[in-house]
Design a protein around this ligand. Sequence first.
Ligand code: UT7
Length: 333
Amino acid sequence: MTRFSRITGTGSFLPPRRLTNADLVAELASQGVETSDDWIVERTGIHARHFAAPDVSSSDLAFEAAKHALAAAGRSPQDIDLIIVATSTPDMVFPSTACLLQHKLAQIDEAAAGIAGAPAFDVQAVCSGFIYALTVADAMIRAGSATRALVVGAEVFSRILDFKDRTTCVLFGDGAGAVVLEASNQPGILATDIHADGKHAGILCVPGHVRGGEVLGDPVLKMDGQAVFKLAVGLLEGAARAALNKAGLQDSDIDWLIPHQANIRIIQSTAKKLKLPMDKVVLTVHNHGNTSAASIPLALDEAVRSGQVKPGQTLMLEGVGGGFTWGAVLLKL
Ligand code: UT7
């Protein structure tokens, strides 16, 4: 019997502090940085984002999202035998955020301690991170090296923003999303398609690094927005088409497109290329901003919980980000 992987539960978490564009515009103005609600809405579709409190880290957000996903799947931490966290804003250089998440889950109660021993690691593919993580978890489940995986995207991007750079600081937010992915004889994940091209590393990066006990270089996000924009639409279409081809499906078989939520204009262009009307696209960018690796599982969870996306439907998840990395996962919920 063919072994597939299937999503059995979703969860997400947004830190409580919500800043509307007006809130952010006022904060930035007090530091001499000029922007406007009109500019942000017109160029990006973003109306608000959430920022984590200073003492809250990616593993804290991941922990909350993971608990919701486990509850939705009817599973407990000790049922999990693989943890993958996609993040570019880890709590520490090491250990991985996945290991820290595992320990938080293990402390829930005596039985939950059984999650210790499960392999746990981070995936660093920036805004494509969740697509990469889901692809790896699917491959490990199909190969028989895992049975029930917790796959999480968690970010505190507010920590790596330069609030003097209006071209980037208005775009991002914090949050986490998670899924439980289980072995099944029913598909599940139908096809995955991931790619990278390091020659574009410089157009979207945080170039700082730790050396000799100091941070060298600039530890804040740098982006050539227009260059990223131009590349993104073509790459997203290519990955989505490759996933459809692998599964033997057509554009018209997609019930919902759940794209990385960076910019409404990129999302609209991608939907158009896939001949999908916008009422088949899950949108959260207006409320969350760009939460990098968290954006796709956050959007998925909101769509599942609101009843927008229903069991049995075919979903195209796709993302693009720093690296450059890009990819798509086609699945039946
Ligand atoms: O998640 C990873 C992937 N990341 C992305 O997908 C981001 C992709 N890029 C984008 O979403 C868009 O390129 C941006 C939203 C970043 C920028 O939009 P744009 O339409 O490409 O604007 P632009 O960079 O061409 O800037 C237009 C103008 C410039 O002024 P001048 O030179 O025309 O006078 C900017 O200085 O807008 C100005 N500007 C701003 N004005 C007010 C840039 N940022 C701001 C701002 N407020 N926050």
